[in-house]
Design a binder for this molecule. Sequence first.
Ligand SMILES: [Zn+2]
Length: 227
Amino acid sequence: MSQQFIHEITCPQCSHKQDTILWNSINVTVDPILEEKFFNQEINYFNCEKCKYSAFINMDLLYHNMEKSFMVQYLHDARKEYLDQFYSIQKRAEESFSSVINVPNMHKGYNRRITDDMSRFMETIRTFNEGLNDIIMHIFKDRVKSNFLDFTGTDPNLYQLYFIEKTNENIKISVSDEQSKEALYEVPISYYIAVGDAINNQFNVDLEFNHWFFVNDYNVVSFFNGL
Ligand SMILES: [Zn+2]
């Protein structure tokens, strides 16, 4: 279910007061228009009607796609205390919901992710929307980083890789450094498939990760290194 509320915001530039709709949760299956708004950066943005100042309102947001069976939670603050609170609220909600409708595995087949990084949030949504596996995507990007990119003289850890889109033949990823200088790379989709096959052959794990999982490249790569 999509959840919104109205909040009066004072423009930091011109002090104009304006009611703004803010969203805690968007269900893009029930409200497809919200999907469009989300990708147009119209969800949780303040746009001053007087001076045209625009800013992102940094608050928690759940993106839920029932048709493609995934949820991604953006947390504006993911310090341990806040994250623990999130997990316990989710656990209670899921327990009470499954006891009411008596479905013990109600989220089986559902991918659920959490992140505190807005770029990662968008990336995860794009990945699932394209029907790709985000766990494979993280390992794929790690391999791309070590095999395809030349970091001579710089530290590869300073660079962030994000999935952008899938074409018929390629996977497009952006590579950005700390100064947010960005470059686009295209890697053949066959390489993504090969990485997926290699993980499946090497590790006996379910790559669906049907539970709440705090997602970033480091968490995924270290998970597989630890197996
Ligand atoms: Zn203004």
